[in-house]
Structures are given as C-alpha cells and as structure tokens.
Design a binder for this molecule. Sequence first.
Ligand code: GLC
Length: 530
Amino acid sequence: MEMNCEDSPSWWKNGVLYHMYLRSFADGNGDGFGDLKGAINRIDYISELGVNGVWLSPTSPSPNNDWGYDVSDYLGVHPDYGTLSDLEEFIDRCNRLGIEVILDLVPNHTSSDHAWFIEALADPHSPFRQYYVFSRGKPDGSPPNNWLDATGGSAWTLDPSSGEYYLHNFLPSQPDLNWWNEEVHKEFEGILRFWFDRKVAGFRIDVAHGVFKDELLRDDPPAPEISKEFSHFGLVETYSKNREDVHPLYRSWRKIADSYDPSRVLVGETWVNDISRLASFYGNDDELNLAFNFMFVFTEFNARAFSEIVGNTLNALPKGASAAWTGSNHDISRFPTRWADGDYDKIRMALAILLTLPGTVFLYYGDEIGMRDVDVPVELQRDPMTKLIPAARFQRDRARTPMPWQEGPGRGFCDPNTTPWLPFGDDDGLDVESQRRDPNSTLNLTKLLIELRRQVKESLLDYQLVEATDSIWRYRCGSLEVLANFGDEIYALETERSERVVSSRQLEGVVIRGDSCIEVGPKEVIVLKR
Ligand code: GLC
C-alpha cells in the first residue's frame, strides 16, 4: 500500500501538535488554575519538545459548566486565563520560536449565558430566536422527539414562557445553534476572520460531525443490540448529529482559511465509527485538513489491531490527505492508562508508534512524560457533565489533572500553598524535572522521536506494511522502518544495513548483532533510518 501526500509541505503536515489543556498546564497567577501567563512561562518547554504547533483548549469567556466548551463570547478571552493581549503575546512568542497556535472553536452550541441566547429567550420574536433550535412539543406536551443529550436525559428543555422547547445535545446550559440559519453562518465567518487576523493558525472544531441536525427533527433510531455498548444511550445519532449537510459549511470555512494562506489548518473533532465517513470530512481537499480518528484511539493495543486500523485509514483517506493521530485527549482516558495500563514499556511503544506514523500527530499535555489517568475522589470532581451521568463511561477529570512539573507540593504547576483545581497524581518521580535528569526517560524518548520526525518530515510520504502478525508490526514510513514487538519473545530479523536510530526501551545502544541482525525485545519498538 502506498499513500502520497501533497507536494507542498505545510507546517502541520507530518508535524506534531501539542494539545494544551490550558487550565491544567501552568498556573501563572496563583489561583490554582492554569492560565496564559503560566503557559507563557513554560514556552521554552514547548520549544524544547520540538513540536510544530500548539492546540489550546477553549480560551473564550464561559460560565464553565463544560469548562470552556460553553462559550459566552467567541471574541473574548476568559478572565481566568488572562486577556486578549495575553493570548496575542502567547501566540507571538510561540511564533517567534517557530511554533504555530490553533484555537478550539465551538460551533455546535453556545453557553446559555451567551447574549444571543439571552435575547432569544427574552423575546421569541427577536432575530436571535432563529439562532437556536426551538420547537413546540408533541400534542401531549412531551419533547418534540426522542433525542438524548450528553447526560442521557432529553435533549430538549422547555422554555416555560413561550411553551417551546430548545435543543441541547450536551447540557441544558449549552443550547444548540441553528445552522439552517444563514445569520449563524455569517457570525462564524466573522469569528474565524477575527482570530485568523490575530495570527491564529487554525482551529480544532468541536463536535465537527454534529453541528447540523435533521431539519425535520425525526426520531433517532434504536441501536442494534450488537452495538448498544457504543450507542448514544441506546440510540444511533442518525438525525440529532451526523448529517451530510456539514460539508458545504466546511467548504466555506476552508475557503476562508485558504484565503489567509494555505497553511492554515482546520481539524475536526469527528467522532464517527466508520472510516469512509471519516474520510468524507476531507472532501476533495476542500473541507477539513485533518479529522481526528477515534477508531484509532479506541483500537486495542496489539499488532494486528494497530496495523489494521492504520492501513485501513490510510487506504480510505483521499489522495493527498493527512491522517490525524492521537492517543489521548481531555474527554477520554489517557493512552498510558488505556492502552498501556501504566506499563512504561507499552507507553513508550505507543509513543514510538504515534510519532512514526504518516500524517499529523497530536500529543496531549503529559503524554510526553507518560502521564496516566488520576483517580479523582468524588468530592473533588469538577466536570459537571460526567458527574451528572451516574453510568458515565469515563470520568473526564481523570484525564485533566494538573501537569506535574517537579516533585513536591504544588509540583511546579502552582504555588506550594495553593490548592490546584484538580488533584495531582502520585508524586512518583515521573514529573518533568525528574525526567529531564534521567537520560533514558520517557520525556527524553519523546524528544528524540520528535527530533527524528522533524529530520525526516518531508520523507514521511508513504506508509508500507511489511509484516503484521499476532505480535509483530513492521512498517516503513518514508525513510523510517519501524519494528514493533507487542509480544513476549525476542524478535530477531535480518535486515538491510540501516542506520540504527532509536529503541523505545533504551535510548542508548540498540541491540544489533553485526551489520544486519536486529533483535527487538518484548514490548519494544525499534526505529531504523534507511
Ligand atoms: C467536545 C469536547 C468536550 C465537550 C463537548 C461539548 O466533545 O471535546 O469536552 O464537552 O464537545 O462541547
């Protein structure tokens, strides 16, 4: 199998982006929450990692019912994080170090505190009423249809003063926008331009698969028994999200992005279970530049499963398209826990694999040190969305705990006497400072892999499967050859003379006998440069 990327290299193509969950990255003003000042103080670290870009989690003002994913002003900066000029300074400082910054854009819904929604509720005849999805209930007074929100309750809340319901696919305080209204399109065009004008290099688009709903508001069908586990509380979101109508919208946004310069990037949060649907978000190289692949995220950690999902994805994407790979984010279990169950050999394998795939790699803050999920006692939990779901599949606070920069109280994240907004994990000597000192640490492995990726960035044009068995996955990607041993036995092979590059287990001294025999130990990845 051969995949080709476009000729023109963009900074993000085959690059690495660092997903900074700002609230947990570094506290610069002593309140226990991460902020822009804290992030600015840590820019050297980002630069030292060698990443090409940063994706900042939402920075807009918000009442924080969904920690920023409930926006009350798209053109502002949340005072918890600082000011617009702090954000501009962050972008500028990053740019000067050759790092681009993308923001999180939330077009599916606003906060109920947004001025548009306040107007919409106050006056049913206001033009802002049409910005949202209001509908009369059924004749018996029940909600217009069976759609369920993110807590499993009805996705409709009654506005008692008008007798109409409004739609919210997430929390009741996150009313969904009405993308059938051209005025909403115009507002967002203005929002895109506002940030592009401020040197933002692109956007991660929240709920990119879901912004359009069925105009007829038809009921979502029940999920077949076999896929109940992955359904939305027993329903398939055929009508409440996942409409094909999003494509013209992304074509129009791509035109805006390209009109600034073609290296701007639009990345979709595309939670779909089907690779051809994932591929559709790229359009004909005229929609999203990148679409997150959650099928990869939830792949089992074994040779066949990884090789299959990577091969299938690359085969399905349109010619020239770049895949978007990630293992962790703020909504799901971190990969060091989910894939590796805290086993550092596996964590390091996963990093070596992620960082040698063709396309764009997103590391979530802490991935580079193998940061695992943290048990957050119920009294300290802060995420209203997963707190509200007794049967939540995942308690999201576990993946959002503050970055451990060093040992001891405050962990270098905040003042030692300040209580961080979420608790730290164990003080286990695996913090950034400790790992900086250890030449064989996960952090140093990550840096080495990113550096290697930079060196061969332009060559990562094609992926070729060499071998996939129950325990071995061997592939070539540009000038790299990757040997991943998921099994318990040593894997020895004859290979052409290659420059030895890196082993996930031991940063110095890859075991190579003679010129051509390589041994890959259990739970080890060896990367060769050809
Ligand atoms: C996306 C975000 C998630 C948020 C939801 C609603 O899935 O990643 O954190 O809760 O959208 O905005």
